[in-house]
Ligand binder design. Structure first.
Ligand code: FEO
Ligand code: CA
Ligand code: CA
Ligand code: CA
Length: 654
């Protein structure tokens, strides 16, 4: 198995045993919610949930029925397929591929991958993921900033001959520093200015002052309750307030005041703690499944960059970099409109293997940000800022994310849900249970959530909020390794034992108030095959229309159509009939699903955003394996942002 295959398999499988902290005998057993598939599926209604205020909801009184007008595509089962296909009447063009210069004068991408790390710092990062379009006021449908996450790197293609791994005398994997630096430079975020030209085609504005790369090396500030505490101090940063870089940036969010929220997902795979005894008792490491052994799981950066060696070194100030992993797993706020701004890691929002931070804003400016911890058997959360959004005072909103309440979801039977606060001193989050302050509750958010009886979920990926009534949808991508573990029980919200294909759940907050602490939930759909004689029962879904598996990216367009992106292994026997990964469009009222796009072999389809008028859609093609976007059978493949428009200039999907 190549290094790339090994890393891909690690990300897809994430199959290390779940390590829970030692819990004293006084601690409550995690709730095991009982509930059958039958009861859950009955909740699949022809209309979204009624309001939670007794069934009468003012905001749902005019149900929009978004028309889905395109002719859907068939599955693409040709495993030599190396393009993006969209329905007739639409055009998809590549706008921004790995290695493209970030601005005028930056080095061009060389097809032999011979650009070095200094070049890479000025070029598009790799593995494009979540993104958001920030329109300019003067021409919101024709001009703005596109901000794009770069989740990780395709090692095979990033370096001319693939990655170099050697072994030292102790058998530990070693890397060349120049390769590690190039990998760090290919992580992070891109900000690019885009504009519709006279010919109606979207172009990049190469001389824009906004064009910017933020990478695994960019200095950023830590703020909020955990910033400056001992648990965030390292030998490199004794103040515990400045960290280099953001990594593993998967999905994202944005704020109503025009900032971007990039989220740190699979960061534990970049760190190693070699001290087995220390690892076992250090909740901040083992509960997050950092590597234990010789090397970090992914790239062995620790062989040349000591920040990623989280082994305690007591002779060094602050134990060396044992606390460095505590400085990842956060939401990072970036102001794309100020190219000189320093990104800020917001510790009030908790430390997770975080997929996204999707906003929901009420009419009075109170709001919530929703996110999942994308690991089997982890949880769904929301963060409610203490303050309100001030539409007329951008400065007043600047640090709203530093103060608020983090909640974790409990999905009960009969569709009843509850948000439990992760607040030091409340409920079980006390010194008696090993918590000393709010900083520790946030850094060890997973353990705090365990104690609160949160509901284990089948890998929460993206969250989307329906624009007209703030109904919330989440993709639970799959969970095919429930196995013998009793820490990932089936429950009414995650009803399939062998959940190969995943599902989509939705809920309404009490009174449609984003800050409510109770909600009403139901299943929107179970992905998988339609019922036929030869499909095993555990693979049968409830999709009305085009089949898919493993929903991941999720987004509402301005008209309320729900767009679903997939991430599954098209080579596995369970998925072969699904073809290559896809983008689908669903009607949230009728449940109808139509396939809009199929991607090139090897990719996942991710990242989705559009113009306010719905006439432009951007998506990302992540880790294609043949030769996309050149699609010439020769050139190395590159992750890329794709822009989709309708040939008649109309609204996408209608
Ligand atoms: Fe990077 Fe959970 O997807
Ligand atoms: Ca994802
Ligand atoms: Ca995924
Ligand atoms: Ca991915």
């Amino acid at each position: 198995m190549s290094e790339q295959d090994r890393i891909d398999a690690l990300e897809a499988q994430d199959d290390q045993p779940v390590v829970r902290p030692e819990q004293g005998p006084s601690l409550p057993r995690r709730a095991i919610l009982k509930g059958g598939l039958g009861a859950a599926v009955t909740g699949f209604l022809a209309a979204p949930l009624a309001g939670c205020d007794g069934g009468v909801s003012s905001s749902s009184s005019k149900p929009a029925m978004p028309a889905i007008g395109f002719t859907p595509l068939p599955v693409q089962t040709d495993m030599t397929f190396d393009r993006v296909a969209v329905p007739q009447g639409y055009t998809a063009r590549v706008l921004f591929a790995w290695g493209d210069p970030i601005r005028m004068g930056a080095p061009a991408w060389r097809s032999d991958a011979s650009n070095d790390w200094r070049d890479q710092l000025q070029q598009a990062g790799d593995n494009h993921d979540g993104m958001h379009f920030f329109p300019f006021d003067h021409a919101p449908n024709e001009h703005g900033l596109l901000v794009i996450n770069h989740e990780k790197v395709a090692l095979t293609f990033l370096h001319p001959q693939g990655p170099t791994f050697t072994r030292d005398a102790n058998g530990r994997r070693q890397r060349p520093e120049a390769e590690v630096k190039k990998e760090q430079a290919a992580h992070g975020v891109s900000v690019i200015e885009v504009r519709k030209g006279e010919d109606g085609q979207w172009q990049r504005v190469m001389d824009s002052r906004y064009n910017r790369r933020i990478t695994g090396m960019t200095a950023m500030t830590l703020r909020g309750p955990a910033a400056g505490t001992d648990a965030l101090k390292t030998v490199s940063d004794p103040a515990g307030t400045t960290v280099l870089g953001t990594i593993a940036n998967c999905a994202m969010g944005f704020t109503p005041w025009g900032t971007y929220l990039t989220c740190e997902e699979n960061w534990p795979n970049y760190f190693v703690n070699r001290d087995r005894d220390d690892y076992r008792q250090r909740v901040a490491h083992q509960r997050y499944r950092l590597s234990q052994g010789d090397n970090s799981k992914y790239f062995a950066w620790e062989s040349v960059d000591p920040r990623f060696d989280a082994t305690p070194y007591p002779e060094q100030p602050h134990g060396g970099h044992v606390n460095e992993p505590n400085r990842f797993g956060w939401v990072v706020e970036i102001d794309p409109f100020d190219p000189d701004s320093t990104p800020i890691k917001r510790t009030a929002m908790g430390r997770l293997v975080r997929e996204c931070a999707t906003p929901s804003v009420g009419p009075d400016g109170r709001m919530a940000f929703y996110f999942g911890d994308d690991t089997r058997g982890e949880y769904l959360y929301k963060f409610v800022p203490a303050g309100r959004y001030q539409p007329d005072d951008r400065k007043a909103n600047r640090h709203l994310l530093d103060d608020g309440t983090l909640y974790v979801g409990v999905f009960g039977d009969r569709g009843k849900g509850q948000w439990k606060p992760l607040v030091f001193g409340e409920g079980p989050l006390t010194e008696a249970n090993g918590f000393n302050d709010q900083a520790q509750v946030l850094i060890e958010a997973r353990r705090a959530a365990d104690l609160l009886g949160a509901t284990t979920m089948d890998r929460p990926e993206w969250v989307a909020v329906k624009p007209d009534n703030r109904e919330v949808y989440v993709t639970l991508t799959n969970n095919d390794q429930r196995g013998r573990r009793d820490d990932q029980p089936i429950n009414s919200a995650n009803p399939r034992w062998d959940n190969q294909h995943g599902h989509i759940l939705r809920w309404r907050e009490q009174g449609d108030d984003p800050t409510a602490t109770t909600f009403q939930w139901e299943l929107f759909l179970l992905a998988g095959y339609p019922q036929t004689a030869d499909v095993p029962a555990n693979q049968i879904g409830t999709i009305q229309g085009d089949i898919f598996s493993s929903p991941d990216g999720l987004w509402f367009d301005p008209e309320g159509r729900l767009w679903i992106e997939t991430d599954y292994d098209e080579d596995s026997p369970d998925h072969r009939a699904m073809g290559t990964n896809q983008l689908l469009c669903a009607n949230p009222y009728s449940g109808e699903v139509k396939r809009f796009l199929v991607g090139p072999k090897g990719c996942e389809v991710t990242g989705i955003t559009g113009t306010p008028d719905g006439t432009t859609l951007w998506i990302n093609i992540q880790h294609p394996t043949l030769s996309f976007p050149a699609s010439d059978g020769v050139t190395r493949p590159r992750s890329a942002t794709v822009v989709i428009t309708r040939d008649d200039g109309g609204e996408i999907g209608s």
